[in-house]
Design a protein around this ligand. Structure first.
Ligand SMILES: Cc1cc2nc3c(=O)[nH]c(=O)nc-3n(C[C@H](O)[C@H](O)[C@H](O)COP(=O)(O)O)c2cc1C
Length: 201
């Protein structure tokens, strides 16, 4: 039985277009892969604490004592052991909401999701073969003149390299808040892409 971890960072909940796209992808995915268990982590209900000084200090104490089985590392182990990972997050301030950054800080634990070999080289320790980011954007940030500003997908792709996840994929509907665009048509196209991706992911 393999496991797909779904990390939900869609702050607007049921009003979120990103969540609608992600739910469509996941429902198509389970139709195509009935053997896969989907486990959702909802970052709005979970409310992980940012790494304030005392939070980081506690984590360092546990890590230095080798207590990697402490419940505060559960999210990191879950991420490290998932076979596939889907993250749904809207495009905020050129990247993604802070709740996702807090989650990423929580799961980025040396000797769980990444580590170093005897020669000091960084090695990924996460099992997932693929990570898919599902996002929607108000503006268009895949154009030659704007792509450099996009810092959400780029950051997650780089983290995949650190975690040892070989394939990063992106499902994106963009330009949804641009009055010159037909947002229904853009979303419909992304839903179609989700259906195709669900057969291949
Ligand atoms: C706090 C906030 C920040 C945003 N920042 C950006 C941005 O930097 N660039 C952009 O193109 N759209 C931005 N948007 C627009 C969203 O990306 C867009 O409306 C998206 O579809 C929202 O996704 P959702 O329906 O899943 O919440 C922002 C929206 C919010 C609420």
């Amino acid at each position: 039985m393999s496991e797909l971890l779904f990390v939900n960072a869609c702050v607007r909940g049921e009003r979120s277009r990103t969540l609608a796209l992600a739910r469509h992808f996941l429902s198509e995915y389970v139709k195509n892969h009935p053997e896969v268990t989907v486990t959702e982590r909802n970052l709005m209900t979970e409310r992980l604490e940012p790494q304030y000084p005392e939070v980081l200090e506690h984590r360092d104490e546990l890590w230095n004592a080798g207590k990697l089985d402490d419940p505060s590392f559960d999210a990191a182990w879950q991420f490290a052991k998932a076979d596939k990972i889907v993250i749904a997050a809207p495009f905020w301030d050129l990247s993604y909401p802070a709740i996702l950054k807090i989650y990423l800080e929580r799961i980025s634990v040396c000797d769980i999701t990444f580590g170093y070999d005897a020669d000091g080289n960084s090695v990924g320790l996460s099992r997932a073969e693929k990570l898919l980011l599902i996002t929607t954007r108000g503006g268009s940030f895949s154009l030659p003149e704007t792509a450099w500003m996009e810092s959400g997908a780029h950051h997650l792709k780089a983290l995949c390299a650190m975690y040892g996840i070989p394939a990063f994929q992106l499902l994106c509907a963009e330009g949804l808040d641009d009055v010159r665009n037909n947002k229904e048509a853009i979303l419909a196209q992304a839903m179609g892409e989700a259906r195709v991706l669900a057969t291949q992911f």
